[in-house]
Ligand binder design. Structure first.
Ligand SMILES: Cc1cc2nc3c(=O)[nH]c(=O)nc-3n(C[C@H](O)[C@H](O)[C@H](O)COP(=O)(O)OP(=O)(O)OC[C@H]3O[C@@H](n4cnc5c(N)ncnc54)[C@H](O)[C@@H]3O)c2cc1C
Length: 427
């Protein structure tokens, strides 16, 4: 009787976006036995809260410039072999119809993030992936295998995500597991979160939304800029543009640099145009008996007008008689380039992602395999790659998960696996 070929036992730490994707692609190989260890009682819980409960799972505008990390180019191979179109096909194959909103953001047509996590869970089950709902406490490399707690595996994929958005970060042992296998973790910062600033006036504009742009300066050097709808909190700035630049604030503040934001509420207008606008209002309108505050009515939210007048030394309840050219110049500056000192960002429990993670210089970008430990792979946010808002983090989870899963399971895959990936999706 022919000896039965021993199945390759693959363990995946984390049943989230990247872990379930790794399992789905690994299961395309014959003779594999895939076990996902998931610390929570159901897989894909984080996915359910993404995109305000709608799951923005990729974006029509895909480019490496949307990715950060010590070596963002690390992401290039996975993202080009499993790109945004592949992500749409991948989800279509599971029944998720993609829908575009807000100029390129892709969501499931159901607009229910839970449909994405359920589709992944069902797909894993259909492919015979086994779930163990337990937190992996330790991973030990033996001669040709790994021990996870007391079970033995041939290959391990670490896809445990990060402690972003966790109430208690000490519950997360992922970075410890990575370090226990000899890999380095780069400095960790909260990303995609609110920015904390100095200034008592923030209390007055708490809750105000306004279109604008934000630039981050660290020790006087411009680090990042974004525009869109800003949202003020009583301690600083929120909204998508603030989220996008927050990792630069956290990183610079973390290395003791002086961090300053420049806010422009008149984006799209030149400084001269803003000066004319302000002069017209403060000089002409107040001639009709309006106060300075009344003269600014209708330009920006009234609370923001009030704060900017005060910051410019202009009494909101006074009239233009006391408004000197210097004060007008100050108001123009504050409307177009309000400088506020940054004290930091909100902590990891508020962040959507963690910037930093497993040092990508120790991982092969074409296989997601460890350069230190044979048979060990990584996928998703646990690596030092973070994307901006817009579906880029989940795209990274799908792309890196697919590459890690294939390489852990197959003896050999094509050097450029794009077609192979598409073929697996269409099976
Ligand atoms: C509120 C919020 C909204 C977001 N919205 C979007 C969005 O719209 N679009 C977008 O692209 N990105 C979004 N993100 C980011 C995105 O969710 C993550 O980047 C993505 O889920 C990372 O995938 P992952 O597989 O690496 O990690 P996860 O999806 O977090 O999965 C990791 C899994 O590993 C498990 N785990 C951890 N340690 C262990 C262990 N020791 N043993 C067993 N299991 C373990 C965890 O329980 C978890 O289920 C959002 C994040 C948050 C918090």
């Amino acid at each position: 009787m022919a000896e039965e070929k021993k199945k390759k036992r693959i363990a995946i730490i984390g049943g989230g976006a990247s872990g379930m994707t790794a399992a789905i692609f690994a299961s395309a190989a014959k003779d594999v036995e895939i076990t996902i260890f998931e610390a929570k009682d159901v897989p894909g819980k984080k996915i359910n809260g993404t995109g305000n409960g709608k799951c923005n799972f990729t974006n029509d505008n895909m480019d490496l410039k949307f990715y950060r990390g010590q070596h963002p180019e690390f992401a290039s191979f996975a993202l080009s072999n499993f790109d945004n179109e592949t992500a749409k096909d991948y989800f279509k194959s599971m029944g998720i119809r993609p829908k575009e909103k807000n100029g390129g953001y892709i969501y499931p047509n159901s607009e229910e993030a839970a449909s994405v996590s359920s589709a992944l869970r069902l797909s894993c089950a259909e492919k015979g992936v086994k779930f163990v709902f337990e937190k992996a406490k330790s991973i030990t490399k033996e001669k040709n295998s790994f021990k996870i707690d007391s079970q033995s595996f041939d290959k391990v994929i670490i896809a445990c995500g990060s402690f972003a958005n966790m109430k208690d970060v000490t519950d997360f042992n992922g970075y410890g597991l990575v370090k226990s296998l000899g890999h380095k973790i780069t400095p960790l910062y909260p990303a995609l979160c609110q920015i904390r600033c100095k200034g008592s006036f923030f209390k007055t504009i708490n809750g105000v939304r306004t279109e604008g742009s934000v630039k981050v300066f660290a020790d006087g050097k411009e680090k990042a800029s974004e525009k869109g709808e800003l949202l003020f909190t009583d301690y600083g700035v929120s909204g998508i543009p603030a989220f996008q630049v927050s990792r630069f604030c956290a990183e610079a503040a973390g290395s003791s640099k002086k961090v300053v934001l420049s806010l422009n509420f008149m984006a799209g207008m030149s400084v001269d145009e803003v000066r004319t606008e302000v002069e017209n209002r403060l000089k002409k309108l107040s001639r009709k008996g309006r106060t300075n505050e009344e003269a600014m009515l209708g330009l920006l939210n009234h609370k923001l007008n009030f704060v900017l007048l005060n910051l410019s030394g202009i009494d909101p309840t006074g009239s233009n008689k006391n408004v000197t050219d210097d004060k007008i110049a100050a108001l123009v500056k504050n409307l177009t380039d309000l400088r506020v000192d940054v004290t930091g960002t909100n902590d990891f429990s508020f962040a959507q992602v963690v910037a930093g993670g497993t040092d990508t210089s120790e991982v092969d970008p074409e296989t997601m395999g460890s350069k230190i430990v044979q048979g060990l792979y990584f996928a998703g946010e646990t690596l030092d790659i973070d994307g901006t808002c817009g579906g880029y983090n989940l795209q990274w989870a799908w792309s890196s998960g697919a590459i890690a899963g294939l390489n852990a399971a197959f003896e050999k895959i094509p050097k450029e696996p794009k077609r192979f990936i598409e073929e697996i999706i269409n099976r």
